[in-house]
Design a protein around this ligand. Sequence first.
Ligand code: ADP
Ligand code: MG
Length: 604
Amino acid sequence: MASTIRILSDHLANQIAAGEVVQRPESVVKELVENSIDAGARNITVVVKNAGKQLLHIVDDGGGMSKEDLLLAPVRHATSKIASEQDLHSIRTLGFRGEALSSITAVADVEIRSRQAGDDTGWSLMVRPGAEAEIRPVAGDVGTQIFVRNLFYNVPARRKFLKSDLTEFRHISETMQRLALSRPDLRFTFHDGDVLVFDVRPSDLRERIAMIMSLDATHGLLAVDGEEGGITVRGYVGMPSLSRQSRSGQFMFMNGRGIVSRSLAHAVASAYEHLLDPGQHPVFVLHLTLDPQRVDVNVHPQKHEVKFDDERLVYLLVQQSVATALQKANVVPSFIGDAGLANAPLQSLPRSPQGAPFILNRLTGELQPAPSQGASWSFGGGSGGGYQHAPQTERPFTEAVQRGYQELFAGAAPSDSPVSTILSAPGGYLVTTSAEGIVVIDQQTAHERVLYERALRQTTPAEAAGQALLFSVRMRLSPSHGALLREYHDEFAALGFRLDVEADGSVDIHAVPSDVRPGNEEDTLTHILATLEDAGRLPPERRKEGLAGAFARRQAVRRSDRLQAAEQQALVRDLFNCTVPHTSPRGEPTYVVITFDELVQRFR
Ligand code: ADP
Ligand code: MG
């Protein structure tokens, strides 16, 4: 009987392999641009027609190929990048499998033109699936150009499987973005037919990100720089307000190679903690650098999955470095940072006929008794509360300061006029100006942020400034709330609650944080527990933030509340003293700045 097993022809074998390497036009772009980068190109141009189905044209000014190399390049497993098994364990190039050109030439008409420096002519190699390759001399610059025409025309199933031009183009465009972010030192030019999509010249990473992702790089990006055990992570993460509904703004690179890693994306996201709502994804562009021996890039034909020898170390490094970047980001509008003011914010006020001397803090509008009085204190902050929900009689000022305000503005304005102007606009917005522009603050999210950070700072019940209740309040909880309360017992205590939970689910409330209005104890506790329940189980180390977030959300002033001038002042000041003033714990913006530049534009 004749043998039924036979060895596939090279052509057929390549076509099968092509299915893994070349899945869509985007894969061709990725492989060919990676080849250009490996060839040392400084300028890389990509032109696509009909989402790459009709034509993909890649031009580079890299080292080029000799006639002999050119003939070998489309042969399967032909590569100049590794020679031995040893090399496979320390890969420094993007390619190494010698599969891309052989795969592409199996499923499209390909012309490769290349010229090496020193050669007096270039060569053009035409390769059509199943046909003999043809080579002839051509004129041309040093470097390589590749034309890929009619992709998958000989694989109808594959061609049918391609998505709409729009979708395929989007894939290509994402890959071009990733490549441009992988090497900001190279110039990338990208055309969709006649349309120039982008042309980015060599720059630093921050500028490259701004150009590629259309971000406001000066305000939106925070630098990340971490190192641990010979591994470095460098790059940028976006301010929480830049976060997206999808992962489209997330780029991770390992030794210049774009990689996909759910675990590292999670490491970044976990550093944002409560800064983001569920379903929001931070923006990041991070470059990991490590000894190539410590990572295996040969786990997937498309080479975007990698295996680190110490996954945990890399995870923690990324998480810590991003967390540090976020903590450092004490980004405040320049009315706090304005150089002139910041250097000399204090101004003595002439002594009023009746009163004591005062000092005006021009940054905050805060009045302080002059130091000669020996007193050194500031109002508002620290003492547990600040702003209350309803209009109330008590002001967070001491008598003396209040008198100071009245004296200062006697006759000029109502007695509670603010020193630095803050207007309240309908909808719960506070409007003020900075050196940069007009600052609009959302009082509710701003207050949430302030309460959240204050709650986080309290670590012991003693610091929590709880107020003991004259008559403790007794209430019953549902079994699940009872269980939650027991779980969070220490965290509630740190916040200023004193609670006795009994086995049957009844609770005695003996003390509550001073922000809680009398009569609202039960309501407050129920709401916080409901929020915690919605949030799902948190690991012990996250409980404190969970509770602080739930508490802040419950206690923050509402947009419909009218704040006293003094409360507005204190809120604005406290907000910009926060570590992360720009968003609420849930990631909503707390303020926006309309720059003077923008205003000028609009009046043109
Ligand atoms: P790999 O990149 O894995 O080596 P490829 O099939 O992508 O395999 O390329 C095969 C070989 O062709 C490369 O090793 C390289 O020597 C050569 N080559 C491919 N593209 C270029 C280019 N743009 N410039 C110079 N040489 C190239
Ligand atoms: Mg390659």
